[in-house]
Design a protein. Structure first.
Length: 404
DNA sequence: AGTCCACAGGAAGGGCAGGCGA
DNA sequence: TCGCCTGCCCTTCCTGTGGACT
């Protein structure tokens, strides 16, 4: 007991006396808005031009923004709209900006939930279930109407939502101004999927993408510059981080120039160094960070899933461990049934099971493709999109959660 | 050319939790 | 409180399908 206490005291006093690696870790966080956004000058300029009529109380065009993950779409949009807000406020112009991310599970992943969430943002509470959708629309319209002036709705990861619920919702949104008297409402849709508009009805497509902006991926040099800017704020100034930054940038550039990944790598490398008690971040920390960033993302995604989905993931991974490379739908369903019996969980039908497989495919946890084995049937061929180590970790993690 | 497998995935509907108005 | 409505999750029933086999 006494030993333990000294150890705790040692840890805490060590922490206090040691010079911290991080000065301001939030500069490497998800919600950090830097003052200068490097290599996005053109996109910022274009977006500002499109949104400028707002300041005359005119409705700006609806905008569609494309680009793969970590190309600065959300950041630029938030930056430009917040600048717009500042100027509007200074000149007593009424502009309201609302941001929703459709990937938020059980918050904005159906038409009803998204509308309910928007109502909440607009200051009107709508119950989580029970109301007909058209009355939620009415609540939404009246909440917007109270705003006056111009309302900008930023809908992030809109491709994920539309693939799930179809484009009727977008059709209603594009006609929103017909239902509004005092307010002009514009939509800024953000999509990771460049071919997303293929899914849309022609009418929706033309009215939603009155303007289009494309965000190209960053190259390694650009990523380095971004990281250098951030590291100036995040870390103590007396150390040299060039090697570390170069490595983070190179790794992220391989993954279609994803700046978020580069920043995550740098942050996690710093955290690992700090935890080890090292005084300097070096390239070995980045290598460790690479594994950790991937596994944390997948583990987080899995932890927030409902029980049945977890059981399906568990069965897939367990079967993959046996079969090494790939598994087929039928095999996994059998494994799933066994797992459910063990867990005294209700066994869902193959139909529902098939839908859950599609969902975890969309989450990027597995890769499934439909193959035909001739007279031996048509089925999904499932491979893992995560490393063996991580798969083992997930199995252990779920075992712990399920108590066996 | 026709058959047949083992599913994929669409359509319809049931049960449940929860809201609303009378 | 009650009857009726809704969205969500799920089941049941069904049609469609690519290609090995006959």
């Amino acid at each position: 007991m006494f030993m333990a206490q000294t150890t705790i005291q040692e840890i805490f006093s060590d922490y206090l006396t040691k010079k911290p690696l991080f000065l301001n870790k939030s500069a490497l966080g998800d919600n950090y808005l830097p003052e200068n956004i490097a290599h996005r000058e053109e996109q910022i300029r274009q977006l500002s031009i499109i949104l400028a009529p707002t300041l005359n109380q005119e409705k700006p065009s609806n905008i569609f923004i494309y680009g793969s993950t970590g190309t600065g779409k959300t950041l630029v949009t938030k930056h430009v709209t917040s600048e717009l807000n500042k100027i509007a406020e200074k000149n007593n112009i009424v502009v309201s900006v609302f941001y929703v991310n459709c990937k938020m599970k059980r918050v904005a992943d159906t038409e009803y939930r998204l509308l309910a969430y928007l109502c909440e943002l607009l200051g009107k509470n709508v119950p989580a279930t029970g109301l007909p959708t058209d009355s939620v629309y009415k609540a939404f319209y009246s909440a917007i109407e109270e705003r006056k002036g111009v309302v900008l709705l930023i809908i992030d990861e809109i491709d994920a939502l539309i693939k799930k619920i179809g484009d009727d919702f977008l059709y209603n949104l594009t006609r929103i101004n017909q239902n509004l008297m005092n307010v002009k409402c514009s939509i800024i849709g953000i999509s990771n999927d460049l071919s997303f508009t293929d899914y849309l009805d022609a009418r929706v497509r033309s009215s939603l993408s009155e303007e289009e902006l494309i965000f190209p991926p960053y190259n390694a040099m650009q990523l380095q510059e971004i990281l250098r800017e951030r590291s100036k704020v995040a870390f103590s100034a007396d150390k040299n981080y060039d090697g570390v930054i170069a490595k983070c940038a190179a790794l992220a550039a391989q993954e279609h120039g994803d700046a978020r990944r580069a920043i995550d790598l740098l942050r996690v490398a710093g955290e690992l160094a700090e935890r080890n008690g090292d005084t300097q971040v070096d390239e070995s920390h980045v290598s460790q960070a690479e594994d950790k960033v991937d596994s944390d993302r997948i583990l987080d995604a899995i932890k927030t899933q409902p029980k049945q989905t977890k059981a399906v993931i568990y069965s897939v991974f367990l079967k993959l461990k046996e079969n090494e490379r790939l598994v087929l739908t039928g095999e996994v369903y059998d494994e799933y049934k066994t797992a459910c019996k063990k867990l005294s969980l209700k066994i869902l039908t193959q139909r529902r099971f098939s839908d859950i497989l599609s969902e975890i495919d969309l989450l990027g946890i597995i890769n499934a493709r439909i193959i035909s084995k001739g007279r031996y049937g048509r089925m999904r061929e499932i491979t893992s999109s995560v490393s063996d180590d991580l798969r083992k970790k997930v199995i252990l993690c779920l075992k712990e959660e399920f108590y066996f």
